[in-house]
Design a protein around this ligand. Structure first.
Ligand code: ADP
Ligand code: ASP
Ligand code: MG
Length: 447
């Protein structure tokens, strides 16, 4: 079997939905499991409606609700002009009623917990998949009955052994040549049946999890670009598709901001050795990227990614000199405050680290101050240069820093896996840095 995941832009309107249905039908012989996102902008609108309700603006929230429900009904009616089948009509009405109830509850309490937010966010994928399944005449599966997770609402982690058992008993019997099965990306549920989500952009992760659990031959990520490109095309318009990428390169790019893949996507595929392909829904015969373990590209630089804002903490201690256990003590503080660290660079008496811009720092800094002085620089961005032969190619760093002569590089970190050279710059200079690096290291026709 194969997994075909379609992102929000792939199901933006009726022509897009028809394209998705046609692609799934063309793959019928390979027993496709279609993993679908919410339609374009829907998840954002659900967050907006929930936030309005939390602020006590129930009329505003309900207006967004009405527009969202109307948009989905119009989509269904355009796809099924002879009239909606009763089960689809009923499902759309039930989802609209559920969303109404949830928004009223949030407005009444003026409280929006991550748990409530997940329940609200799940409506998007449940709507889009109902419509596609009805249009295709395909089986519809509620992903919450299969994708078992922990209770970390908003960024739930899969419970893989449970998921494997549920996929075998619920999904596998429905899959087979000559038909497609449709389910949702992004959403799951705890053992108690509480709805969870895997975090924004999490449908890619769902696709990989389902694919790994079912032993898929291929996990296809269908989106609005011709594969993974040498840079974010919104920053570098001339960015080129990369035909082949290693798991390691793809993992680094995703972790450092290449939105085309959710950062967790690659791992389940790596664990089972399943290739991941990234393709353009509107150009199915066009170029695409294949991500596998075997690829040995030999390229010094494959692609660039950037992510921000992040905050740089510089922890200095005169006592650090010659002192064993300093780093253990330092990281113990980060672990206790559950703040995760991205990049690290050490000097004789100081350590610089990057953390997410929204990391809760007040108590952490108070604890660090017991044995060190702490400098905080917000509004920074990480630019990652990724390539399998980066470390072994003389001159790459010279070219990179030459290209950024007028950009202040505040921190440099070579990833331990040797395929990622990350630099930290002011957030407002990140785009310029990426453009310069792309011109110097990748150029127009490379990749
Ligand atoms: P989907 O809705 O299909 O999941 P996303 O918007 O999440 O799509 O991801 C696709 C987008 O990722 C592209 O439209 C592009 O703007 C952005 N992107 C960022 N970096 C890259 C990259 N290196 N290669 C391709 N796309 C990228
Ligand atoms: N619909 C969700 C989001 O927008 C998940 C996804 O599209 O991957 O984040
Ligand atoms: Mg996405």
């Amino acid at each position: 079997m194969i997994v075909m995941k379609f992102g929000g832009s792939s199901v933006a309107d009726a022509p897009c939905m028809r394209e998705v249905a046609a692609l799934a039908a063309a793959a019928h012989a390979r027993s496709p499991l279609v993993v679908l996102s919410a339609t374009a902008r829907t998840t954002d609108q659900l967050f907006e409606a929930a936030t309005a309700a939390e602020g006590g603006d129930l009329p505003g929230a309900l207006a967004l609700h009405a527009a969202l429900v109307r948009r989905h009904r119009n989509l269904a009616e355009e796809l099924l002009p002879a009239g909606l089948p009763a089960d689809l009509d009923g499902a759309l009405a039930d989802l609209a009623a559920e969303l109404d109830l949830l928004l009223r509850g949030v407005a009444l309490l003026k409280e929006l917990s991550p748990r409530s937010m997940d329940a609200i966010a799940s409506i998007g994928e449940r709507l889009s998949t109902r419509i596609l399944a009805a249009y295709m005449g395909a089986a519809w599966v509620d992903a919450r009955t299969v994708l078992r997770t922990d209770a970390a609402f908003g960024s739930a982690r899969p419970l893989v052994p449970d998921l494997e058992g549920l996929a075998a008993s619920i999904l596998a019997p429905l899959l087979g040549p000559g038909r497609a099965v449709v389910t949702q990306g992004y959403i799951g549920a705890t053992a108690q049946g509480l709805t969870t989500t895997l975090g924004r952009g999490g449908s890619d992760f769902s696709a990989a999890l389902f694919g790994a659990a079912l032993g898929a031959e291929d996990i296809q990520i269908w989106t609005d670009v011709e594969g993974v490109l040498t840079s974010d095309p919104r920053v570098v318009p001339g960015a080129q598709p990369i035909p082949e990428l290693s798991f390691a390169e793809a993992g680094e790019l995703a972790a450092f901001g290449a939105k085309v893949l959710h950062p967790a996507t690659i791992q389940p595929a790596v664990d089972k050795g399943i290739p991941v392909t990234v393709r353009h829904t509107r150009k199915p015969g066009g170029r695409f990227t294949t991500i596998t373990a075997e690829v040995r590209t030999g390229r010094p630089v494959t692609a660039l990614a950037h992510r921000g804002p992040v905050t740089v903490l510089t922890v200095a201690s005169a006592r650090m000199l010659n002192q064993s256990g300093f780093l253990a003590r330092l990281f113990d503080v980060f672990a206790r405050h559950r703040v995760s660290v991205d990049l690290i660079a050490t000097a004789e008496v100081s350590v610089s680290l990057t953390v997410e811009a929204d990391a809760p720092l007040e108590d952490l800094i108070a604890d660090l101050s017991a044995f060190a002085t702490v400098g905080v620089a917000g509004g920074r961005a990480i630019v990652a240069i990724v390539g399998e032969r980066l470390k072994h190619t003389p001159g790459v760093t010279g070219l990179a820093f030459g290209a950024m002569q007028d950009i202040n590089v505040e921190m440099i970190s070579m990833g331990a896996n040797e395929i990622n050279l990350s630099i930290v710059v002011k957030a407002e200079e990140a785009k310029k840095a990426v453009q310069r690096l792309h011109a110097a290291l990748i150029g127009g026709g490379a990749a």
